[in-house]
Structures are given as structure tokens and as C-alpha cells.
Design a protein around this ligand. Structure first.
Ligand SMILES: [Zn+2]
Length: 63
């Protein structure tokens, strides 16, 4: 439990590098499916609204 007085913000630190795993949330954030709720890492250069949900095929939106 880490409480930070503020509310929201990027998790502290940063600069952990990438390549942690297929679910590593980068600085780009995630895209979420409004239909089934699935989230996928946002791909750089590919807007979420151009990404299709791998589960149901719906258009993803920015999380
Ligand atoms: Zn979906």
C-alpha cells in the first residue's frame, strides 16, 4: 500500500526500461476495450482508437 498525497500521477521512479513482459505498461499507457474491459499496452505510433481488441474485436480506447 503506497499512499501518495495527491491523488493521481505516474508511479514514482520511472526509467525502469522496457522489455519486462508483454504486459509492461510503458509511458504510453494502456488501451482498454470498452466492450469487454480488456487492456493492452498502447503501441507507440498506433492510436488506441485504431487498435482492435484482441478478445472481441471492438475498438479500443485510451485508458
Ligand atoms: Zn474487447
Amino acid at each position: 500500500m503506497s499512499r501518495r498525497g495527491g491523488g493521481r500521477g505516474p508511479p514514482g521512479g520511472g526509467g525502469r526500461g522496457r522489455g519486462g513482459g508483454p504486459y509492461a505498461a510503458g509511458p504510453g499507457g494502456n488501451c482498454v476495450c470498452p466492450n469487454c474491459g480488456k487492456t493492452v499496452p498502447h503501441q507507440v505510433g498506433v492510436p488506441c482508437y485504431q487498435t482492435k481488441c484482441p478478445s472481441c474485436g471492438a475498438t479500443m480506447v485510451r485508458q
